[in-house]
Design a protein around this ligand. Sequence first.
Ligand SMILES: Nc1ncnc2c1ncn2[C@@H]1O[C@H](COP(=O)(O)OP(=O)(O)O)[C@@H](O)[C@H]1O
Ligand SMILES: [Mg+2]
Length: 256
Amino acid sequence: MPLLEVHGLTKSFGAEKAAVSDVSFGLEAGQTLALVGESGAGKSTTGRLALRLTAPDSGRIRFRGSDVGTLPRRGLHGFRREAQMIFQDPFSSLNPRMRIWKAVAEPMLVHRTAPRRELRDRAADLLAQVGLPSHLIDRFPTSLSGGQLQRAAIARALATGPALIVCDEPVAALDVSVQAQVINLLLEIQRDRGVAYLFITHNLALVETFAHSVAVMRAGRVVEQAPVAELFAAPREEYTKTLLDAIPELPNSLPA
Ligand SMILES: Nc1ncnc2c1ncn2[C@@H]1O[C@H](COP(=O)(O)OP(=O)(O)O)[C@@H](O)[C@H]1O
Ligand SMILES: [Mg+2]
């Protein structure tokens, strides 16, 4: 049984064309599915639908086999604990008035996964695990760099011990040198914790070394879906070939 299974997801925002049309995919525990496509293809909406942050017009989301759309309140709370999201812009995803350690402690408080007196230590532990220097944990977001903030956002997402993290363009706003560090951190976390990623990106070059499978989206639909090696070696859709041809012939900048 896949960890996450979405079937026939459709969502319209009133425009002529639906933002997301009949999207289906599955994601195994501990694996990465890359959702790739140009800006406006419907990737972010799909990510939000998969986490039930947006309600679909139709379609179904199963998490560990349970239909997320019909979960009772307690079940939905459990799903929120196990399924987290990180965003492109950590400056807007972290509360500017909250010290870094508190931002990481907050989900543990909300989900009651740690006693109050342990929150600071637990947050400090997590922040150390994501490589944030310890003198930064009492700071406010404005005094951290983009890469440091994204590390804090990752620690916050990890705070409740999730099985799934939707990563919505998590390195797109970062300097190229920092991008590789954050990708490597995400890989390390997956190795150590077995977290599954729905990894949203407009950058197909990024996924070859990182994802297990790829779903290519265009105009709200998934046009091709395959294991990553297969997609890179033998794309079936013209559109996928166009995206592959657009990748510069430079050596991949991600260190092994
Ligand atoms: N909250 C919203 N209200 C209205 N339109 C939206 C909303 N969210 C997304 N859209 C529209 O849905 C389409 C897909 O957007 P999005 O999912 O953000 O694509 P992507 O993440 O691939 O760039 C776009 O045309 C966008 O303008
Ligand atoms: Mg987007």
